[in-house]
Design a binder for this molecule. Structure first.
Ligand code: NDP
Length: 240
């Protein structure tokens, strides 16, 4: 029987590449998304992967959404917590709403999705959770106290939950991408991006598929001895 994987924010950007990589491994994939219907439809038309819409920052929506996926596809073995947003600004200009939304979706989403799926993984004695952190959670970034705090929180969350899952065959790991060529990075002003690329030793942005290969390994049978780790995929920008 094929294992079932959920990828949050799995219909575009890095998430789309992760969904495709897990599908290539023979897993049955459910791609969650937040609201971009056009991208979700184009993604399903292209890949045949089922999509499920809910807000990962909403606790009950995650419980209901995961139950719907399990009913449609089978018990959930793998969760990739990839959905994320930015609401950048220096502290002086950042509203509480900017802070709260980023914490609610980026960090809260990991808690909500893990709550919805961890118990089942434990009962069945096998599971894989991969949380997408960020180089900016490791190193900090000007104008991103909300995002850096949420992503840094993901790295702590990963190490704590890894300890809870280890005896039950559940691995919990994080990936910390550097700057990857997606819509999120396209939103960074060109002059700022130029300065960022100049600091990347390999001299270019990363590709979503390069993150997806790392996720695929962590979700494989062979990845069972890797838990509580953070894999930095950043072109050498931050050696941590
Ligand atoms: P994109 O902005 O391209 O895509 C974000 C995805 O998250 C979309 O699928 C979106 O759904 C989904 N999403 C957003 N909010 C919610 C929500 N509340 N509930 C469910 N889904 C939601 O992002 P990237 O592909 O660039 O980034 C993916 C992850 O990688 C994020 O966690 C990001 O922080 C992280 N990352 C990205 C880096 C980069 O350089 N791009 C660097 C480091 C980390 P919809 O399509 O419906 O809007």
């Amino acid at each position: 029987m094929s294992r079932v994987a959920i990828v949050t924010g799995g219909t575009r950007g890095i998430g789309e590449a992760i969904s495709l990589a897990l599908q290539e491994m023979g897993y049955t994939v459910a791609a969650n998304y937040g609201g971009n219907e056009e991208k979700a439809k184009a993604f399903t038309d292209k890949t045949g992967i089922a999509t499920f819409k809910w807000d990962v920052g909403d606790h009950q929506a995650c419980l209901d959404g995961c139950a719907a996926v399990a009913q449609a596809l089978g018990p959930i073995d793998i969760v990739v917590n990839n959905a994320g947003i930015t609401r950048d600004g220096v502290l002086a200009k950042m509203s509480f709403d900017d802070w709260n939304e980023v914490m609610r979706i980026n960090l809260g989403g990991c808690f909500n999705m893990s709550k919805a799926t961890f118990g089942g993984m434990r009962e069945r004695g096998w599971g894989r959770i991969v949380n997408i952190g960020s180089i900016n959670g490791q190193a900090g970034q000007y104008g991103q106290v909300n995002y850096a705090a949420a992503k840094s929180g993901i790295h702590g969350f990963t190490k704590a939950l890894a300890q809870e899952g280890a005896k039950s065959g559940i691995t919990v790991n994080a990936i910390a991408p550097g700057y990857i060529d997606t819509d999120m990075v396209a939103a960074v002003p060109a002059a700022v991006l130029e300065k960022i690329v100049a600091k990347i030793p390999v001299g270019r942005l990363g590709q979503a598929s390069e993150i997806a290969r790392g996720v695929a390994f962590l979700c494989s049978e062979e990845g069972g001895f890797v838990t509580g780790s953070t894999l930095s995929i950043n072109g050498g920008q931050h050696m941590y």
